[in-house]
Design a protein around this ligand. Structure first.
Ligand code: ADE
Ligand code: ZN
Length: 326
């Protein structure tokens, strides 16, 4: 088969996807209407036109505004259902979804409303398509450690509904060490640990995420190549990087697709996976990320299979489930 068909058809896992980043403008408008929430944009087209970002913060401002239409459990179900349908079409067999409870609890939406809606959609996808899912609760790093602890407290009654915790939002100026104690507590609770690091922030944030937060995967991590010793360590310890190529282009981490360092990361021996991050905002779901990178860079079939295998080996599936895919 053509390489293109291999990319589309190969079974894959997605490990870096913010569920609130899957809200398409059409659904934002539909939910705004249903919930009588006022938007600052007059139309779907006007909102889509606003999706021209200069950096991470300019994206986050619009992303949090978009999430303001989510109020009921059904809203969280509908959002998650729409993403899972797209993922299924891309031959995603397993997905680990980030969610940002603080974005919703700050607005008076109960933690349980958020997690129950998302979880019900995950259960349906498993029954209907054999598509498995797991949730990773993210702490917003622009908020305080105290607020992260309060969120963890609210989450504990739902401990069986998520497998791990992550760290997202504005990276620069909010280094990993700000959350060292809350991550230590999460580790004691048996939660899996990941963090965004080295997206916009310096390679040192990758090092401190490993050393002080004890994370098992690095989300993004593309700036590691600026530090040879760190790169060697990531390769030696087989620390997976959940890379999101189209996100990096839209947020101006790299100027254009051909400038992305995906192949350099692979050549450095790193455990690279390809993911969509916030597909409604960055112009594509996971297969679009694969297609555009393979079009722009000299990547071949072996790279495709390697990254698909990596996506399962780096997942939080248990060993027996992983084995089915490896
Ligand atoms: N929240 C949603 N997408 C994000 C990203 N790419 N980086 C940091 N926080 C995020
Ligand atoms: Zn992300």
């Amino acid at each position: 088969a053509a390489l293109r068909d291999t990319l589309l058809q190969m079974p894959k896992a997605e490990l870096h996807m913010h569920i609130e980043g899957s809200l398409e403008p059409e659904l934002i408008f539909a939910l705004a209407e249903r919930n009588k929430v006022k938007l600052e944009y007059a139309s779907v087209e006007e909102l889509r036109t606003a999706y021209a970002f200069k950096d991470l913060q300019s994206f986050l401002d619009i992303y949090y505004a978009g999430a303001s239409v989510l109020l009921t459990e059904q809203d969280f179900y509908d959002m998650t259902r729409a993403y899972l349908q797209r993922a299924h079409a891309d031959n995603v067999r397993h997905t680990e979804l980030f969610f940002d409870p603080q974005t919703h609890t700050e607005r008076g939406v109960a933690f349980g409303t958020v997690v129950n809606g998302i979880d019900r959609a995950l259960q349906d996808a498993r029954k209907e398509w054999g598509l498995s899912g797991a949730l990773i609760m993210c702490f917003l790093r622009h908020l305080s450690e105290e607020e992260a602890f309060a969120t963890l407290e609210q989450a504990l009654p739902y401990r069986d509904k998520f497998v791990g915790v992550g760290l997202d939002s504005s990276e620069r100026g909010h280094p990993p060490e700000k959350f060292a104690r809350v991550f230590a507590r999460c580790k004691e609770l048996g939660l899996r640990l990941v963090a965004h690091a080295g997206e916009e922030g310096p390679p040192d944030y990758i090092r401190t995420a490993l050393d002080l937060l004890k994370v098992e995967r690095i989300d993004h991590g593309v700036r590691c190549l600026e530090d040879a010793e760190l790169t060697a360590r990531l390769a030696r310890d087989r620390v997976p990087l959940t890379v999101c190529p189209l996100s990096n282009i839209k947020l101006r981490v790299f100027d254009k697709v051909a400038d992305h360092n995906l192949l350099k990361l692979l050549d450095a021996g790193l455990v690279v996976t390809v993911n969509s991050d916030d597909p409604a905002y960055f112009g594509g779901y996971v297969n679009d990320n694969f297609l555009q990178m393979f079009e722009a860079l000299p990547l071949g079939r072996e790279h495709a299979y390697q990254m698909a295998r990596n996506s399962f080996s780096a997942s939080f599936l248990d060993a027996a489930e992983k084995q089915k895919y490896l």
